[in-house]
Design a protein around this ligand. Structure first.
Ligand code: AMP
Ligand code: MG
Length: 420
């Protein structure tokens, strides 16, 4: 028996960060930047207006009030995207829209709300006049060039996880492509004589292969690219033939066939085709897992993770072991999930001193989180994962959790890595 930490450490010790690739920024969401990005120009590139209003010299507004507005002559109008043609002088104003360039000579913008723009006719203005009802300071409502990003500045460093804002910042710098750490391709093979592909009619004695689909979607939601290798029966030749289709992958994941059952051939195949260790991990669900490498013809080795066949066990062991490994390959350094401390509503037994990962629904009432089991916790009850927001982690040393006790819950839906 080994601990969860020891198993994870051994797996992480085997996988490395993958190579870089250059691609359009739209395809980079959730990937890690593999280059430093410096700004080729200021953002915004020019001084521009933060409001719809009038570009003026602030001095022209000194002493203005509702009762005694300062009346300025409108000499032009400038919309966003246009280059102003005139220079603002004392006593003049340019009608300006948000995002439009500040005309020469102007040093402040008076928003429409602080003028008599809305009731000019009533205020008795001529068409080319505007009454300013309030004084403004120098720089009022002006967004200066370089206010967001200065030319030459190091905006993002390699290692940065690209979330939506990062993609937007790259676009604001006019970058169409970025260099990122490539996504791992993960071959997924289900094993078991009882398994049918979902395209086939259900036959007696058989069940549908669901693991390949939940695992493939877990791969995708952590940023990897799943490659479904189908179903292999519990026979060594067929299993090794199916695995061969996955030899070009960065990782192979099999489900089933790692327990002590009579037909568990995964061991046999892996021992013949590579190195394999079988671990009994101190955890529930998911006790037996296999980890090893599969030899390629070119001498390189593909890491292989053999997960248990029970549908909940395969998903939970993926979460605990495969997700961190794939994130490491993608260059993601902080792959820990968020934890919340919750009050357990209901009880959990830990009969054989393993680390229990119980499927729970989490709610927040006031400042306190509450967790309750999603239903039967059997490792074959996939619907217990269906409603789960998180996994309540019960330490090996705790024999039981009673209603009202505190539990640490690893939240499953927070900090997704934007795999799509
Ligand atoms: P095993 O680990 O092969 O002993 O399988 C344990 C349990 O999980 C058995 O009840 C299997 O029928 C079930 N199982 C194995 N593989 C799958 C799969 N791909 N989809 C759904 N259930 C599976
Ligand atoms: Mg089996």
């Amino acid at each position: 028996m080994i601990s969860v930490e020891e198993a994870l450490e051994r797996i992480l010790g085997f996988v490395d960060v993958l190579q870089d690739e250059e691609k359009p920024i739209m395809d980079c969401l959730g990937q890690v930047l593999a280059e430093d990005v410096c700004a080729p120009f200021d953002v915004p590139p020019h001084d521009n207006s933060a409001m719809d209003g009038y570009a003026v010299q602030f001095a022209s507004t000194i002493g203005a009030s509702v009762e005694n507005p300062k009346v300025l002559r409108i000499i032009d109008e400038v919309a966003a995207g246009r280059v102003p043609a005139v220079t603002v002088e004392a006593g003049t104003a340019v009608r300006i829209m948000t995002g439009a360039l500040i005309p020469k000579g102007a040093d402040a913008v008076v928003p429409f709300e602080l003028t008599d723009e809305a009731d000019r006719a009533h205020a008795g203005r001529q068409e080319k006049q505007i009454g300013v009802r309030c004084s403004v300071g120098v720089g009022a409502n002006v967004r200066y060039s370089g206010e967001d990003i200065k030319r030459g500045e190091l905006v993002m460093q390699r290692g940065k996880l690209l979330r939506p804002a990062a993609i937007g910042v790259l676009a604001s710098l006019g970058k169409t492509r970025a260099v990122v750490t490539r996504r791992p391709v993960v071959g997924i093979l289900a094993t078991g004589d009882e398994l049918l592909d979902i395209s086939q009619p259900l036959l007696s004695g058989k069940i549908y292969n669901s693991n390949s689909y939940s695992l493939a979607c877990q791969v995708r939601s952590c940023g990897g690219v799943p490659k479904l290798l189908g179903v292999a029966p519990d026979r060594a030749e067929q299993l090794s033939a199916a695995l061969r289709y996955g030899l070009d992958c960065d990782m192979l994941i099999t489900s089933g066939g790692v327990s002590l059952g009579d037909y568990d051939v995964v061991k046999e195949v892996l021992a013949a085709e590579g190195d394999v260790s079988f671990w009994t991990v101190h955890m529930k669900p998911g006790k037996p897992i296999a980890f090893g490498t599969f030899k390629r013809e070119n001498g390189r080795r593909v890491p292989h993770l053999g997960l248990p066949g029970n549908p909940v066990s395969s998903m939970v062991t993926f979460e605990i072991f495969a997700r961190p490994a794939l994130h490491k390959m993608m260059g993601i350094v902080d792959f820990s999930r968020r934890y919340v401390t919750a009050i357990m509503e209901g009880s959990i037994k830990n009969t054989d001193g393993r680390r229990v990962f119980a499927r729970v629904l989490v709610n927040k009432k006031g400042n306190q989180y509450f967790a309750r089991l999603t239903g039967s916790q059997g490792s074959g009850i996939l619907t217990s994962m269906l409603e789960a927001d998180g996994l309540a982690v019960i330490p090996e040393t705790v024999a039981a959790i009673s209603s009202g006790d505190s539990v640490e819950v690893m939240m499953l839906d927070w900090n997704e890595a934007y795999g799509f």
